[in-house]
Design a protein around this ligand. Structure first.
Ligand code: FPP
Length: 236
């Protein structure tokens, strides 16, 4: 049977800490191993012809973690961005990000900008990393930008509809995810893509992110194929 490949897959990568703790290893080891899963899943999504993959790497709330863990994660993103650039280019992936990146350490911002610029002309899968991202803050930022334009006289309040509002989100050209995957058996959205997930299919895997591989992704895609998407209407 030919599978319908979701055009946009979003993933909440959860369970790095639990995976490590179950092996009596440090949480940091879980994050390191999680970066391996990012590589494997990105490559597989590109191979399957997924148009966009969005990964939740760091939330606005993750700053509340111990300082040492936050610093490790920042250094891991820096290393990932340097190391995976070749992989991104070899796979014709266009790299973008969402989130308030302006408060990230300079060394992460620099590598983000470099990867975005270097891959800007690529024509394959769009890979979006959410880093220092929160859905509520994204909606708030969009509301502020629209309000500023009303104040400046560029728009009237009554111009606002869903289509116009979406243009103020971090990546206006991004389509809504068709499938949201969350790992490690958690059934929460955790402030991820609150606007964009309105009609997405949600699939939860019991596998912790560091162990999540191609065969698990395929299970999610198969589950997606069993769903009937109605977008609030009746099945036709
Ligand atoms: C959730 O596991 C994971 C994170 C908060 C960080 C996500 C980061 C990675 C997957 C590392 C690699 C990413 C990139 C883009 C290179 P958790 O620590 O909340 O796990 P727990 O709930 O079991 O404690």
């Amino acid at each position: 049977m030919d599978l319908d490949i979701p055009r946009h897959i979003a993933i909440i990568m959860d369970g790095n800490g639990r995976w490590a703790e179950s092996r009596r290893q440090s949480r940091i080891r879980g994050h390191e191993q999680g970066a391996e899963s990012v590589r494997a899943i990105t490559r597989e999504c590109a191979r399957l012809g997924v148009e966009q993959l969005t990964l939740y790497a760091f939330s606005n709330e993750n700053w509340k973690r111990p300082r040492a863990e936050v610093s490790f994660l920042m250094r891991l993103y820096q290393r990932y961005l340097i190391k995976e650039r070749k992989e991104i280019m070899d796979n014709n992936i266009r790299f973008i990000n969402i989130g308030r990146t302006e408060v990230l350490p300079g060394y992460v911002q620099k590598e983000l900008q470099k990867t975005i610029a270097m891959s800007a002309e690529n024509t394959g899968m769009l890979m979006c990393v959410a880093i220092n991202y929160g859905g509520r803050v994204e909606i708030m930022d969009a509301a502020k930008r629209f309000a500023a334009e009303v104040k400046a006289g560029t728009h009237e309040v009554d111009d606002l509809d869903e289509e116009l509002f979406a243009k103020y989100l971090y990546q206006p050209s991004m389509r809504d995810p068709d499938l949201l995957i969350r790992t490690a058996d958690e059934m929460r959205i955790s402030n991820f893509l609150l606007w964009q997930l309105s009609y997405s299919e949600i699939w939860v895997s019991p596998i912790c992110w560091p162990e999540f591989r191609e065969e698990h992704l395929m299970k999610g895609i198969e589950a997606y194929n069993q769903r009937i998407r109605k977008f609030g209407a009746l099945k036709t």
